[in-house]
Design a protein around this ligand. Structure first.
Ligand SMILES: [Zn+2]
Length: 420
């Protein structure tokens, strides 16, 4: 009989209907009339979603651990107690007007991997673990990626527990209120691979008619606040040559931010997202502008060069229009290059399963980026309709989600070492 273990293994697939059903059941908790989900971090609805996840994982025989910031770790034992873990996970909190798939897909895909391992009675040398990270979205409690940030030592537990929502409730109090302030110590080392499957939240895969994004890394980010100060004056009597127009300076800088990003293609990004003009009167030359600048790139050198070019532009424009300026850095995230073993496992799985795929970078923040600082990490992207996310109309095709889950399954099998 031609049933060598390898060919049998390569034919294994996760269950598309079961994955879809678990996503839809989870989406009922906090469902909005427009078809989205409002299930913000550490609320009663978040508790219900966490309880459901734990109930599902216990049914698969997993051991549950909860750490001090409320991250949940569901572990399926391997045959070797000393073997490093092969992990996956994401988040189940949402934006106030969030969708059904952002984060939830990564967690439900992990659950589906656990179910498929059990269904096919597969033993692995390494333990397989699915994580729910606390407060990835950062909308109720800042900052975003709180749980993975604490776990990986990038954020302080003490400071995070003291973060307050708009009602003055701290994250620590909210954790207590829903019964998810755990005490399990989770060792950070001894992880062979961490995978996160996620909807792309951008338009590239759909535009390229491609099923799987093999995520190479994540763009680094440098954020700035910029204040420009000129002089308010009457729009009529003041000749053009004698103006100190802060708005004109802001406009030139905005155009330059766009140019700088384009010159650092393909991964350069430059955005001015906020502009406040003072005094905001139609017949007064603006004396003051406050604006924000967001620069991103994949290569550290390119990001550094972009920042240097921005500073030059701000100085030159301010001088030309006789403006005072204050350029203040507000965020600095280094670019992340994902580990070869994870990237290759994802790409090989996509190839072997016959899915179209392309190398892609993440422009947004994800828990996997923090995990990548302490362990080999990688991500799998699947298309979402119109590239739209953080919106109640967020949508993804069951067949694409199934493909992403299959790639996750085989990438994890590759790293976890099957014991026959
Ligand atoms: Zn997400």
């Amino acid at each position: 009989m031609d049933t060598s273990p390898v060919s049998t293994l390569s034919e294994l697939r996760t269950d598309s209907d079961r994955l879809w059903q678990s996503l839809m059941t989870l989406a009922e908790l906090g469902a909005t009339p427009k078809g989205g989900v409002n299930r913000q971090a550490l609320t009663e609805l978040d508790r219900q979603a966490r309880d459901l996840f734990i109930q599902w994982c216990k049914a698969e025989g997993c051991t549950i651990r909860i750490d001090a910031i409320g991250n949940i770790f569901a572990r399926r034992a391997g045959t070797d107690p000393d073997a490093p873990a092969v992990m996956t996970g994401s988040h189940i909190d949402t934006q106030p007007t969030g969708g059904k798939f952002d984060g939830c897909f990564g967690v439900m895909a992990g659950l589906e991997v656990l179910r498929s391992l059990n269904q096919h009675d597969i033993k692995t040398r390494c333990p397989v673990e699915v994580v729910v990270w606390t407060n990835e979205e950062g909308c109720r409690f800042a900052p975003c990626m709180m749980g993975s940030g604490v776990h990986t030592g990038q954020l302080s537990l003490h400071e995070m527990l003291a973060q307050k929502d708009t009602d003055g409730v701290t994250a620590g109090e909210a954790l207590d209120a829903i019964g998810y302030r755990g005490s399990d110590e989770i060792p950070r080392e001894n992880v062979r691979a961490f995978f996160e499957s996620h909807i792309e939240q951008g338009p590239i895969l759909e535009d390229e008619e491609t099923t799987i994004g093999v995520v190479m890394g994540a763009l680094g980010q440098r954020w700035f606040d910029l204040s420009l100060t000129g002089q308010e004056a009457h729009a009529g009597p003041t000749p053009m040559s004698l103006r100190q127009d802060a708005m004109l300076g802001a406009a030139e800088i905005t155009v330059a931010v766009n140019r700088i990003a384009i010159e650092h293609a393909p991964h350069g990004r430059g955005t001015v997202g906020v502009m406040q003009v003072h005094p905001g009167s139609r017949n007064v030359i603006p004396g003051q502008v406050y604006m924000t600048i967001d620069l991103r790139s994949l290569e550290p050198d390119s990001l550094t060069a972009m920042v240097a070019e921005l500073k030059e532009v701000v100085e030159a424009v301010s001088q030309r229009h006789r403006l005072a300026f204050e350029l203040t850095p507000t965020a600095d995230f280094v670019p992340e290059h994902f580990a070869d073993n994870c990237v290759n496992a994802v790409r090989n799985a996509a190839s072997q399963l016959g899915y179209s795929h392309l190398d892609i970078v993440s422009g947004a923040g994800h828990d996997a980026i923090f995990m990548g600082r302490i362990a080999p990490a990688g991500m799998i992207f699947v298309p979402c309709e119109g590239g739209i996310s953080h919106n109640e109309i967020e949508n993804a095709a069951p067949k694409d989600l199934h493909a992403g889950c299959n790639v996750l399954f085989h990438a994890m099998l590759d790293q976890a070492e099957i014991v026959s």
